[in-house]
Design a protein around this ligand. Sequence first.
Ligand SMILES: [Zn+2]
Length: 86
Amino acid sequence: MNLIRLLALAAIFWLLYRLILTLLSKGRRPAASDTSRPADATIATVVRCAHCGLHVPQGEALKSGDRYYCSEEHKKEAGSGTSGGS
Ligand SMILES: [Zn+2]
C-alpha cells in the first residue's frame, strides 16, 4: 500500500509542478513572443526593386514614394531615366 500512497503523492506534486510551470510561462509569454516577432518581421518584410525586380530586405531597400529600390543607382535611373511619371 505504500507504493500507491507514494504514487498519489507523486501525482499531486507533478500536478502542482505543472501548475507552477503554467503560471510562470503565462507570465513570461509576452517577453517570449517579443523575441520571436522581430525575426519573423525581418523575414517577412522583403520588398522588390521597382527597377530590376531584385528582392531586398526592407531595411536595406531605398524607398522612393511608394516604390522600393535595391540601390541608389536604380532609384535614380527609375526616377529620372524613364518617361516622366510622378
Ligand atoms: Zn534594382
